[in-house]
Write a protein that binds this ligand. Structure first.
Ligand code: OSB
Ligand code: MG
Length: 373
């Protein structure tokens, strides 16, 4: 597989509904798309970096910088036997997994398309449908939260995740349990707590949550070990799992009982497969996280989530919760049973609507094999 040309797009789209986490509220999403060409085919990827460095240190601007200055010369004009070889080829560049992942994932799409196979087949997926859950942000009131949960349950989503932070935690969980009973429910703190909050977080135990996601800092493993010993709710790590190796160490230390996989966070599909397999070997269930992706990243996520150890519903929901219209056709939707079909056409298996991409684009760059721009 020869990668002959790379196109980058810096895009901005308004969100259908605002999204608020412990680090702030967003009304729109800034993101980068990569399109690669080779041997008469194209492959698309979406970087999950946001316009700000609050979830991760990477931003759209760092992704742009690192790709154009350092990563593009390592892939454009190069021949790869298999997309699993892309991430190792970028090893010289430290961290910047989101920048690496967008290229690596586009390479998987290109490869699968060239093979005439859906991406899920070449990734090792075993499901034809994936279980879908939703992530509900922090609201202005508990009444609004209950209303949102009600709407998403009616749409069929199999599990509800609510974002929490100090001051928006026990009462929110209490209200949702009181109104909806024993539904599959979890919380995500996005690193808003400290180990000194352990006694407070233990008050979530009676609510029988599936898990608490990333209660402590984005670079912490060992305080999570101490916290997991002090609370009954299983801890799931998101932000802390930057690499497969950190995943291995977190499991060995007992920092979590569940892991959230986002391919953008760990450097792409190959690293996600390795993390998935590592977790399977240790009987740690995984589920697929979400980053408010457009249909391009969302389609990638669906294919990856078809692997067997994605045993819990992911944060992969219908397109219409995020962007209308989405950048792809057909839009991604859920069935009444709360599942999403894995596309069966070659590659990511959805059509990228170039006119919509261009309309959302604020900056565009082409890099060819001679390094010409
Ligand atoms: O922590 O999972 C997270 C969105 C942006 C940054 C971090 C997170 C999220 C979500 C959104 O929870 C999930 C979705 O795409 O619906
Ligand atoms: Mg999270």
């Amino acid at each position: 597989m020869k990668i002959e040309r790379l196109e980058l797009f810096l895009c901005r789209l308004p969100l259908v509904q605002f999204f608020e986490t412990s680090f702030g509220r967003s009304y729109e999403r800034e993101f980068i798309l990569a399109r690669i060409e080779g041997e008469g085919h194209e492959g698309w990827g979406e970087a999950v970096a946001e316009g700000h460095p609050y979830y991760s240190g990477e931003t759209t601007e760092t992704v742009w910088h690192v790709i154009t200055q350092f990563l593009a010369p390592l892939v454009v004009g190069r021949e790869f036997a298999h997309p699993r070889d892309v991430f190792p080829a970028l090893k010289r560049v430290r961290t910047h997994n989101m920048a690496k992942a967008v290229l690596e994932m586009a390479a998987w799409d290109l490869y699968a398309t060239g093979q005439g196979q859906p991406l899920s087949a070449v990734l090792g997926g075993t499901r034809t449908r994936i279980a879908s859950g939703v992530s509900i942000g922090i609201q202005d009131s508990l009444d609004q939260l209950v209303e949102k949960v009600d709407r998403e349950r009616a749409a069929g989503y199999q599990r509800i995740k609510i974002k929490i932070k100090p001051g928006w935690d026990l009462d929110a969980v209490e209200r949702v349990r009181a109104r909806f009973g024993n539904i599959p429910l979890m919380v995500d703190a996005n690193a808003a707590y400290q180990l000194s909050d352990a006694a407070h977080l233990a008050k979530l135990d009676p609510y029988d949550l599936m898990m608490i996601e990333q209660p402590l800092d984005y670079d912490d493993v060992m305080d999570h070990v101490t916290l997991q010993r002090a609370i009954g709710t299983p801890i799931c790590l998101d932000e802390s799992i930057h690499t497969v190796r950190i995943g291995r160490d977190a499991i060995a230390a007992g920092a979590c009982r569940i892991i959230n996989i986002k391919p953008g966070r760990v450097g792409g599909h190959q690293q996600s497969i390795e993390l998935h397999d590592l977790c399977a070997a240790h009987n740690i269930p995984v589920w697929h996280g979400g980053m408010l992706e457009s249909g391009i990243g969302r389609a990638h996520n669906i294919h990856l989530a078809s692997l067997p150890n994605f045993r819990l519903p992911g944060d992969i929901a219908a397109s219409k919760r995020y962007y209308v219209p989405d950048l792809i056709e057909p839009a991604i939707d859920i069935a009444a049973d709360g599942t999403i079909a894995v596309p069966t056409e070659p590659g990511i298996g959805v059509r990228v609507m170039r006119d919509r991409v261009e309309k959302a684009t604020e900056r565009h760059l082409v890099i060819d094999a001679d390094g010409h721009r």
